[in-house]
Design a protein around this ligand. Structure first.
Ligand code: C5P
Length: 235
C-alpha cells in the first residue's frame, strides 16, 4: 500500500497539535522524530495516536541487542505503526529488535532500517568509518542484511527504490524522504524527487516535511502529495 507520511519536525507538542488540527477530513500518517519525542515525551505519541493517526516513530535505535530489544518492546507498547533502527547495529541486533517489537498477540509495528545516513559522504565512510567499499554496495549490503534479519524495509532515496526491490524483493518496503514538488524549494535536500516520480520509481511510502508543514495551505499541499503519489486515491 502506498501512502504519504508527513514529517512532523516541530519543536514541541503545541506546534505539532496546532498543525494536525488543520486536518479535519483526513488523518495523515505522521512521522515523529527525535526532536519532538525528546521534547514532548511518549505522551505525544499516545495523544496523536488517540486522534486516529498512524505513527512512524523515527528514533533510529542503535545499541547492543538486549538494550534494543527491551527498548523496542516499550515502543511497541506505545502502539506505533512503524519504527526504525540502524542496520549498522548488525543482524543479531535487528533480530533482537524484532523480538522486542512483537506483542503477545503476534502483531508488531513495521520495522525499517537506516542503511547509511544521507549526510554521510562516501569520503567520510572511507576516512571516518574505515569502510572501503563504494556507497551503493554498502547501502545494498545493509538492505540485504535487514531483509535477512526479517525487517520490513529500509529508508532510502526514491532513486534507490528499484535497486532495493531487485535485491531484497518487491515486497520489501522503501520509505523515501527527499521529496519536493516540481515547482517547490529544495531547501537543504540535494537529490530530490517529486511525489509522482517517486511513484514511478516504486517507492512504497514517501516522507514529506517542509513541502507540507511550511506550505501556505498544508492541507492542500498534503492532498496534492497524495494525488501525485498515490494517484488514484481521491480525497
Ligand atoms: O522537510 P523535508 O521534506 O526535507 O523532511 C524530510 C524528513 O525526512 C525529515 O524528517 C528528515 O529528517 C528525514 N530524512 C531525510 N533523509 C534521510 C532520512 C530521513 O530527509 N536520509
Amino acid at each position: 500500500m502506498k501512502d504519504v507520511i508527513i514529517a512532523c519536525d516541530f519543536p514541541g507538542r503545541t506546534e505539532c497539535l496546532d498543525f494536525l488540527d488543520m486536518f479535519r477530513e483526513e488523518k495523515p500518517f505522521v512521522k515523529i522524530g527525535m526532536e519532538l519525542f525528546y521534547s514532548a515525551g511518549p505522551d505525544i505519541v499516545r495523544e496523536i495516536k488517540g486522534r486516529g493517526h498512524r505513527i512512524f516513530l523515527d528514533l533510529k535505535l542503535h545499541d547492543i541487542p538486549n538494550t534494543v530489544k527491551r527498548s523496542m518492546a516499550v515502543l511497541s507498547g506505545l502502539d506505533v505503526d512503524m519504527c526504525n533502527l540502524h542496520a549498522a547495529g548488525t543482524i543479531p541486533m535487528m533480530r533482537a529488535a524484532l523480538e522486542g517489537l512483537t506483542r503477545p498477540d503476534g502483531t508488531r509495528p513495521l520495522l525499517i532500517a537506516v542503511t547509511q545516513l544521507t549526510s554521510t559522504s562516501e569520503e567520510a565512510m572511507h576516512g571516518d568509518l574505515l569502510i572501503d567499499r563504494d556507497m551503493q554496495s554498502v547501502v545494498m549490503h545493509y538492505a540485504k542484511n535487514a531483509a535477512i534479519a526479517g525487517l520490513d524495509g529500509v529508508v532510502c532515496s526514491p532513486l534507490e527504490a528499484e535497486s532495493v526491490h531487485s535485491v531484497c524483493g518487491s515486497g520489501f518496503l522503501t520509505v523515501t524522504p527527499g521529496i519536493r514538488f516540481a515547482d517547490g524549494e529544495k531547501g537543504d535536500q540535494s537529490r530530490v524527487t517529486t511525489p509522482e516520480k517517486a511513484r514511478e520509481l516504486g517507492s512504497d511510502y514517501i516522507v514529506v516535511g517542509r513541502p507540507i508543514t511550511a506550505a501556505a495551505d498544508p492541507v492542500a499541499a498534503y492532498r496534492r502529495c497524495v494525488r501525485e503519489f498515490v494517484g488514484t486515491k481521491e480525497i
